[in-house]
Write a protein that binds this ligand. Structure first.
Ligand code: SF4
Ligand code: MG
Length: 340
């Protein structure tokens, strides 16, 4: 859970509301090695905040982040330090994340040194650098070592950012919209590279995206977020082909073309943005199910009670936080769950 304080001037305007933004509430899931988990939602759904919490860039309001069961509650403690080496973040904009005055060699060397992976001799370092560039398919490596970020294409820069993350020898990659700023024609190549690294290095990858169609293509498991909460999860095929939560259905029906992995433009202009109505304010989020003001199936109970995660059908691991799937709802002869 992460709540941000509201800046003072805004708080004054909204003096009768609690002075926090409920950016992330009760989000809980597990990442596994050799698996991609997609976290899908509109901009403002809290997915990037989840990435920053997992990268330990800011403290949590409540809850814990564990690696191999070890808590990272003590910031700066031993388990925390082990965690931040093992969990690496890749950002949306590779231009912003690479320092323009430094070469590729500098960025990669720094990562290798910080994480103790540079070896002892100059020859060790050269081998490690060549290995990183080869892993992200920037070959021959010597062609890329002494160039500056502006001399590279967007796709090449993102590969350098991935290589830098690999310099830490991570177990987990957090990839926040890793291809949404890239040209449509090169997105697939970067996603295929991540897929390949997942298999070869047995990485756990969290793939954050507004583009649910790309989640089907790229992720083993898909989690959908709405207004700071998880609303549906399961294997990607099931969630994208037989979505249960009314919000997931809206997200899929408003995506521009579900068979393309290209999605919309940036975070703010995606197809998922064009639903009916707007995401709610997270300063005073809707009571009960946060989707109820936009939901075509809303019942009186939806505004009053927060729906728990309810198991859907016979697909193991498929769940939705929606009262439609509560047996008691069905018994009360409420509107039937919409067909897949
Ligand atoms: Fe719609 Fe109610 Fe389900 Fe929320 S709990 S998605 S309002 S039916
Ligand atoms: Mg974002």
């Amino acid at each position: 859970t992460k709540h941000f304080p509201v800046r003072r001037r805004l708080r004054d305007l909204l003096s009768r509301t609690p002075a926090v933004v409920h950016a992330v509430d009760d989000v809980s899931f597990a990442l596994r090695r050799g698996q991609v988990t997609a976290l899908v939602g509109e901009s403002g759904s809290g997915k990037s905040t989840v990435a920053r919490l997992l990268a330990q860039l800011h403290p949590r309001t409540a809850g814990d982040v564990r690696l191999h069961g070890r808590s990272t509650r003590v910031r700066g403690g031993r388990a925390f330090r082990a965690y931040v080496r093992r969990v690496q973040l890749i950002l949306q904009d590779p231009f912003a994340s690479l320092n323009p005055v430094h070469t590729v060699r500098y960025h990669l060397t720094r990562s290798l040194r910080i994480h103790g992976n540079a070896g002892r001799t100059a020859a060790d370092l050269d081998r490690a650098l060549a290995d990183l560039l080869t892993r992200v398919r920037l070959t021959p490596p010597e062609r890329f070592l002494d160039v500056f970020p502006h001399e590279l294409s967007g796709g090449q820069r993102q590969r350098v950012a991935i290589a830098r993350a690999l310099g830490a020898n991570p177990e987990v990659l957090l990839a926040d919209e890793p291809v949404s700023m890239l040209d449509v024609s090169i997105r697939l190549g970067v996603l295929n590279l991540l897929q390949d690294l997942k298999e070869r290095l047995r990485l756990a990858i969290l793939y954050i995206t507004h583009d649910i169609a790309s989640a089907r293509y790229f992720a083993d498991e898909t989690i959908v977020m709405y207004a700071g909460r998880m609303v549906e999860g399961g294997d990607s095929e099931t969630v994208t082909q037989q979505p249960a939560h009314p919000y997931t259905r809206l997200l899929i029906s408003s995506a521009p073309d579900p068979d393309r992995i290209t999605g919309g433009g940036g975070d703010g202009t995606a197809g998922g943005e064009r639903g009916h109505g707007e995401p709610p304010s997270l300063i005073r989020p809707p009571t009960g199910c946060r989707f109820h003001p936009r939901c075509p199936h809303a019942m009186p109970r939806c505004a009053a009670e927060l729906p728990p995660r309810l198991t859907i059908g016979d697909r193991p691991g498929h769940w939705a936080a929606c009262w439609l799937y509560d047996p008691a709802t069905a018994a009360a002869d409420a509107p039937a769950a919409p067909d897949a």
